[in-house]
Design a protein around this ligand. Structure first.
Ligand SMILES: [Zn+2]
Length: 374
């Protein structure tokens, strides 16, 4: 077995379920994986530090410092947390050229490929003389991006960030953003036998749902991004009313809106409220203001991005639907791309796996890119 495959098997066997999804202390939290990685990195000559994020959760920073004064800086940033894992998913196994287990592609595969490449690089003749390389293993990507937000708030910008996510080793320069919002309609309670004396909050919400899934959606489809396609809306969950014989006073709906570069939460909220107002529906719209998840759009003509694409024999940049840490880090001034082994199709699935050749290709791609840095 190659060193990168062995490393990934080890990482899968160490549970690191995001604490937001599970309260079993024997599997949750990133610390165990971070300790393992720190140990290995230290033995191989990387400098190791921890960045406090929240409570006991910490990002792990593994850094290669060149002998000369660094003139350039590269960031590699996969995440250590995973979604929930069954007992079986914590026992990695190899079969038909694949490694199965939780995190195989999302994103322990990227961690293994990046770290194994970095270790090979610093032991080779090609180690950069003027470029500092930091492998930041982040916490909490799968939930609130606490890790990347803390990192972005503190790090001074890098020349380029490569965010590890399963892109089949393709260079992704754009991804959609996401906004979750709650819509609340307010009615007036009355006896169910005399509905004309009340105002039905569920009926108001029905108009709102009709609007969001109809007129509003077709409006969104008028704006098309060349890499990302159209923004989307999904009315995802709804709750309202108490019992059949009361005219409902409250109804609440949660929606998921996927955004394009340049769209802001504020503007989206205004637009929805205005559209509903025109239909006579007064609704309140709530969203988290402290943790915006914007879209990513990095200029593909950035010289390091061009080099990566040339090495990957990829003529055109790619965009993806899903949100990740890239936009959070890019918003703080580091141009970012997303790239890593494995396919997003297997992320979060009941049988998560990665092809070993994809893992090895990813390692090779990171190594080749880093070896030509000044
Ligand atoms: Zn994920």
């Amino acid at each position: 077995m190659s060193s990168v495959a062995g490393l990934l098997m080890d990482l899968i066997a160490i549970p690191s379920v995001n604490p937001a999804f599970c309260d079993d202390p024997s599997v949750h939290g990133e610390k165990r994986v971070a300790d393992y990685l720190a140990d290995l990195a230290r033995k191989k000559g990387l400098s190791v530090s921890h960045q406090p994020v929240r409570g006991s959760r910490r990002n792990l920073l593994l850094t290669y410092r060149p002998s000369g004064r660094p003139r350039y800086r590269l960031l590699l940033a996969p995440h250590m947390d995973t979604v929930v894992a069954s007992k079986q998913q914590l026992q990695p196994h190899c079969q038909l050229g694949r490694i199965h287990g939780r995190g195989a592609c999302d994103t322990k595969g990227s961690i293994a490929a990046m770290l194994d490449a970095l270790i090979a690089l610093i032991q080779s003749e090609n180690r950069p003389r003027q470029t500092e390389i930091q492998l930041a293993c982040l916490v909490d990507e799968e939930h609130g991006q606490l890790g990347s937000r803390a990192f972005a708030a503190r790090a001074k910008p890098f020349d380029l960030g490569i965010i590890g996510e399963p892109t089949s080793n393709k260079v992704v320069t754009a991804h959609k953003g996401v906004m979750w919002f709650e819509l609340c309609t307010r009615g007036k309670a009355a006896h169910g036998s005399r509905p004309s004396l009340g105002r039905n909050a569920i009926a108001l919400m029905a108009t709102a749902v009709h609007y969001l899934e109809g007129e509003y959606r077709s409006c969104l489809e008028d704006s098309k991004h060349p890499l990302l396609g159209v923004p989307t809306i999904n009315a995802g969950s709804i709750a309202g009313g108490q019992q059949p014989n009361i005219v409902p006073e409250h109804c609440s709906l949660w929606a998921d809106r996927r955004t394009l570069p340049g769209e802001t939460y504020r503007a989206i909220a205004k637009e929805v409220i205005k559209g509903l107002g025109a239909l006579g529906v007064r609704a309140q719209l709530n969203y988290r203001q402290d943790a915006e998840c914007p879209a990513l759009e990095t200029d593909p003509s950035h010289p390091w991005v061009q080099t990566l694409m040339r090495q990957r024999r990829q003529p055109l940049p790619i965009g993806v639907d899903y949100f990740c840490d890239a936009a959070v880090i890019a918003a703080a001034g580091t141009p970012c791309v997303v790239m890593g082994p494995g396919s997003i199709d297997q992320a979060h699935t009941a049988d998560e796996w990665i092809r070993i050749d994809s893992l090895e290709q990813g390692r090779q791609a990171f190594l080749q890119f880093m070896a030509q840095l000044p």
